[in-house]
Design a protein around this ligand. Structure first.
Ligand code: SF4
Length: 222
């Protein structure tokens, strides 16, 4: 009986390319760009920072629990220290009083970092069209993915994480050039965008007050 020698196993499926032919790569060697490698590591090791303020938070917890098991997608390590996280998930409505807390936590997270806005309330204020509720967190921090619904199901949040992973792999660079966009760098305006912010109870919000002071001093210099 003829015995054939076992074939060497490759860890990753290899694609034959003209580069392979030129370099004559040995087995188990993968050639890639550093950007691709960094993005591959980043997308598979997302550590969420839960900012759950209302009922959407329950769906967020369900996403991490046994039935939906977010661990299958490499993003189950919820951390409550912003220094250890790179994915903020805002689940629930954010009131003006909580806004400085949200912004402070976002600033404490180290780059590269991403944000998912989960549910109608976080994305638009939902049914709470009042002066006390933030009408969309993207007025204050940059958002990468929006999850619609009231509340969204765990499957929707998982889909958002998968889409975010695709985006990180597609656009990611090791130097973070993808964050150097107008949308990211734009100074996030508070409710000052509405002509007369004081009518919106801005006087009690320190974030808005700081922005107003900065704009006033900039105008004085001009
Ligand atoms: S979107 Fe619906 S479920 Fe989510 S926080 Fe708002 S009211 Fe609650």
């Amino acid at each position: 009986m003829a015995i054939t020698a076992p074939q060497p196993q490759t860890v990753f499926p290899r694609q034959t390319s003209s580069l392979d032919a030129r370099l004559e790569l040995p087995e188990n060697v993968v050639v890639s760009r550093l950007d691709e490698l960094a993005s591959w590591c980043r997308k598979n090791s997302l550590w969420p920072m839960p900012f759950a303020t209302a009922c959407c938070g329950i769906e967020l917890m369900a996403t991490g629990a046994a039935r939906h098991d977010l661990a299958r997608f490499g993003a189950e390590v919820f951390r409550f220290s912003p220094r250890q996280c790179d994915l903020m998930i805002v689940a629930g409505r954010v009131v003006m009083k909580m806004l400085p807390v949200l912004q402070r936590i976002w600033l404490q997270m180290s780059e590269p970092k991403w944000c998912i806005s989960m549910g109608a309330c976080a994305s638009t204020g939902g049914v709470f069209d009042t002066y006390a509720v933030v009408q969309g967190i993207d007025r204050f921090i940059p958002v990468d993915m929006y999850v619609p619904g009231c509340p969204p199901r765990p499957e929707q949040l998982i889909q958002a994480i998968i889409d975010l992973q695709d985006k990180i792999q597609r656009e990611g660079t090791i130097t973070g050039r993808e964050f150097d966009t107008a949308a990211r760098q734009l100074q996030k305006r508070a409710l000052t965008e509405s002509g007369n912010p004081l009518t919106l109870d801005a006087s009690r919000n320190p974030v808005i007050q700081r922005q107003l002071a900065a704009e006033r001093s900039a105008a004085a210099v001009r």
